[in-house]
Design a protein around this ligand. Structure first.
Ligand code: ATP
Ligand code: MG
Length: 770
């Protein structure tokens, strides 16, 4: 065992107990298994620190394994980014970087073995039939008609699947377990599916790909993993994990799966799909935008690996899911930077100051310590002259009570320099303050001079400071649970990035290398951007404020509330009343109107969530609209979802009552969708049309040709058309290139706008071709 400190969590306790009991021959092997379909985020960081930390503490090792069993979404770019991020966090996998795709051959051999031992069969039902046959929690499943196939037949079919003779979806390999198993996942789970798709590493070598539940335990076993740690949602998969291993053993060591609570963080989304959407829609500048919760984004913002480790320790490892307060992350970041970032002078929004009694033309080079009060830690020269700049918001013409900065007739200390007194505010043509005239006290240099004043402010020399781009980053989302908003995009914080164009920094910062960190006195912690900085012209990213500026404004709010009040350091004048939130208005509306209150309760009684009920009962017009839809036979849950997720966005600022689509017609639209008359994507198109132009849903459905195609004649026409358009593919298919069925199938589906029943299309297509 190594002498790294032992982590204190239930997983460490398990590992320790295993070692004591002499299990696994004293080995501890963990793995971090990312799917290369996006950049890693702070949730992954937690998993990385846990897996690498555990192994290290107990003298074991950790593998990095790319779980690349899904050919469609994965990319090499991500493989490289992931390695960089894991390494940056201190994860050391030695030479053990593995790819699930390297095991495809061995996995396939395992599949054949299951077939030979009567533990797996090829099922030729459609996806829908399989789903239907699986039953549910309340209802046992039913056996597939293909469940009784002989070993020989199964083996032959599996080999044909592998050889590419069957199109996508024509067959799957299933484990033969128990169709009435109480754990639905154990009802003959899928092991392999057909996917005629190019894989980023194996190219066209495979057209069948293993499912996660089959692949993952095997990957662990092949690598000799002892403790396979995953997140809680895989708890019921553990039974299948064990079935796969026990059916295909013996293994030494035999891996075991353990689950912990995934990290969920306030004011953040951690779904890779949503992060990808932010990148693709250019809501952020890329995966490494400093506002992103990605490891790359946080690194570029100036967060250190030590801060993330401190955060992981702070929150621990739990067995139940909860949302972690983002304040804890920010606390860990501040705590880390506090001890590593020297204090420097920068003025973000400058106001010129003339020191009227300063000797003309003279420049004094002040020796200012990087760490106030700790001169032994080094210092630098800071020029001081008769022309200075201070922060615009450090001056008030009419200071409020308790003001400790500049105002007419008031004195402050300029940090590391002299005490100055404001003699006059110079006004511009519009009456605005454009400059200050001050005097300085020559006997006041340094705190040691013993001159007491009520406040200290930061400053730079006007001529000898350097211009700099300063990027003021703030939380990317304005609400604690963006995922609870109808669309998480609505929850984006419009003020998450502000660029200070006119900022000036002290001369010593001009040559700061990319990656340098400073506290800008009284402003926050800043980091020289490693991407956009140029020699002599660093770009500064604000990593974090000095204090939690959100704590005061964030009284607990329901999720959907957008837009925090604008950030303000200290109100210059009367204290502004906290701005009321939209949730506040809705609550007030209900408090004033018993009818709304009653609807709020009755909507929940009809199965809507409290959030949905809240959003629908903030004003009578919205609730009336919803009631009209339900009266027109829309299911309340569907009507609420379509209204909040889609209609509200389409309506924009228009009150629902004024749309060309009345509530009743909207209800008939929802009923059409629920009756399966159109696909979800066609439904969105139809709704957009109705909102823009009005009309009767049924009639517009016909006019726009959006009805789901499930009649044979229409599909047949589409098949003919697609085949006529692809004569070469047809010829090659007939000459034996059976793989091309997938291509042709896709062509037909496109002909029907995706509206056709895929199983029916496949059937007709094979008939026509064969
Ligand atoms: P996907 O939605 O694409 O499956 P994922 O977040 O599960 O994304 P993976 O690449 O499969 O991403 O995850 C790699 C490892 O990181 C897994 O072991 C997973 O359990 C862990 N992990 C992912 N998200 C979190 C999280 N929020 N907290 C803790 N661990 C996480
Ligand atoms: Mg995953």
């Amino acid at each position: 065992m190594s002498d790294a400190p032992k982590p204190q969590n239930f997983l460490a306790a398990i590992v320790e107990a295993d070692l004591r009991a002499g299990r696994n021959g004293g080995r501890v092997v963990t793995r971090f298994p990312p799917e290369p379909n996006g950049f890693l985020h702070i949730g992954h960081a937690k998993s990385i620190l846990l897996n690498f930390g555990l192994a290290k503490a107990f003298g074991g090792r950790t593998n990095l394994r790319f779980d690349d069993t899904n050919p469609v979404t994965e990319e090499t770019e991500y493989v490289e980014a992931i390695q960089q991020d894991v390494r940056w966090l201190g994860g050391d996998w030695g030479d053990r970087v593995h790819y699930a795709s390297d095991y495809f051959e061995r996995m396939y051999e395992c599949a054949e073995r299951l077939v030979r031992e009567g533990k797996a069969y090829v099922d030729s039902q459609t996806q829908e039939q399989i789903r239907e046959g699986r039953g549910s929690f309340e209802r046992p499943g039913v056996d597939s008609p293909y469940r009784g196939r002989s070993v020989e037949e199964n083996l032959a079919l599996l080999r044909r699947m592998r050889a590419g003779e069957l199109p996508d979806g024509a067959a799957v390999l299933r484990a033969k377990i128990d169709m009435s198993h109480p754990n639905v996942l154990m009802r003959d789970p899928l092991l392999y599916r057909i996917r005629h798709a190019k894989h980023h590493r194996t190219g066209d070598r495979w057209c069948i790909y293993p499912m996660y539940d089959f692949a993952h335990p095997l990957e662990d076993a092949f690598e000799g993993v002892t403790h396979s740690i995953c997140t809680l949602e895989f708890e019921s998969n553990r039974e299948l994990y064990d079935w796969v291993l026990d059916s295909l053993g013996p293994w030494d060591p035999r891996p075991h799966q353990y689950e912990f609570a995934r990290l969920a963080l306030g004011y953040t989304v951690l779904s890779k799909r949503k992060l990808l959407q932010l990148v693709q829609e250019r809501r952020v500048s890329g995966w490494d935008d400093p506002r992103m919760p990605t490891i790359a984004g946080m690194r570029r913002r100036g967060v250190t690996p030590e801060a993330l480790r401190a955060f992981a320790e702070l929150i621990g490892v739990a067995k139940n899911n909860s949302v972690v307060d983002i304040g804890k992350l920010e606390f860990a970041i501040r705590g880390d930077l506090e001890g590593r970032a020297p204090r420097a002078l920068a003025v973000l929004a400058p106001l010129p100051v003339t020191i009227v009694n300063w000797p003309a033309g003279e420049v004094e080079e002040l020796d200012v310590p990087w760490w106030p009060g700790e001169p032994a830690r080094g210092s630098r020269k800071v020029p001081f002259s008769g022309e200075l700049l201070v922060e615009r918001e450090d001056f008030a013409l009419e200071p409020p009570k308790g003001w400790r900065r500049l105002a007419p007739g008031r004195e402050v200390r300029l940090a590391g320099a002299y005490v100055v007194r404001c003699e006059e505010a110079v006004r511009g043509p519009g009456g605005e303050v454009v400059a200050l005239r001050c005097t300085y006290d020559p006997a006041s240099l340094g705190e040691a001079a013993g001159r007491k004043v009520s406040g200290t402010i930061h400053w730079v020399d006007a001529r000898r400071s350097a211009p700099a781009e300063v990027r003021i980053y703030d939380r990317l989302f304005a609400v604690e649970q963006p995922d609870a908003a109808p669309s998480f995009l609505d929850a984006l914080n419009p003020d998450s990035l502000r660029i200070e164009q006119g900022a000036r920094v002290e001369p010593a910062l001009r040559d700061a290398p990319p990656g340098a960190r400073y506290q800008f006195l009284r402003q926050g912690y800043f980091f020289a951007d490693p991407v956009d900085s140029r020699p002599g012209a660093p770009v500064w990213n604000r990593t974090i404020t000095l204090k939690d500026t959100w704590a005061s404004r964030a009284a607990p709010q329901p999720a959907v509330e957008a837009r925090k009040p604008r950030e303000r350091k200290e109100p210059a004048g009367a204290t502004a009343a906290p701005r009321k939130t939209r949730a506040g208005f809705r609550a007030d509306a209900r408090a004033a109107d018993p009818a709304l209150r009653a609807r709020y309760a009755s909507y929940q009684a009809r199965g809507l969530s409290a959030e949905e009920a809240d959003l629908l009962t903030g004003d009578a017009a919205t609730a009336d609209y919803f009631d009209a839809a339900v009266a027109a036979k829309a299911a309340p849950a569907s009507a609420a979802r379509w209204l909040l997720n889609d209609l509200a966005g389409l309506a924009g600022d228009h009150p629902l009552g004024e749309l060309p689509l009345p509530g009743a017609a909207f209800g008939r639209f929802v009923a059409l969708v629920d009756a399966g008359r159109l696909t979800p994507s066609a439904a969105k198109t139809l709704l957009a049309d109705l909102v823009a132009h009005g009309g009767e849903p049924e009639a517009r459905l016909g006019a726009l040709g959006l009805a789901k195609v499930d009649d044979r004649a229409a599909i047949e026409a589409a098949v003919e058309k697609a085949l006529a358009a692809q004569p070469r593919e047809v010829e090659r298919y007939r000459a034996g290139e059976k793989k091309l069925l997938g291509v042709l199938l896709g062509a037909v589906m496109r002909q029907t706008g995706g509206a056709a029943d895929a199983a029916l299309v496949r059937k007709m297509l094979t008939e026509k071709l064969g």
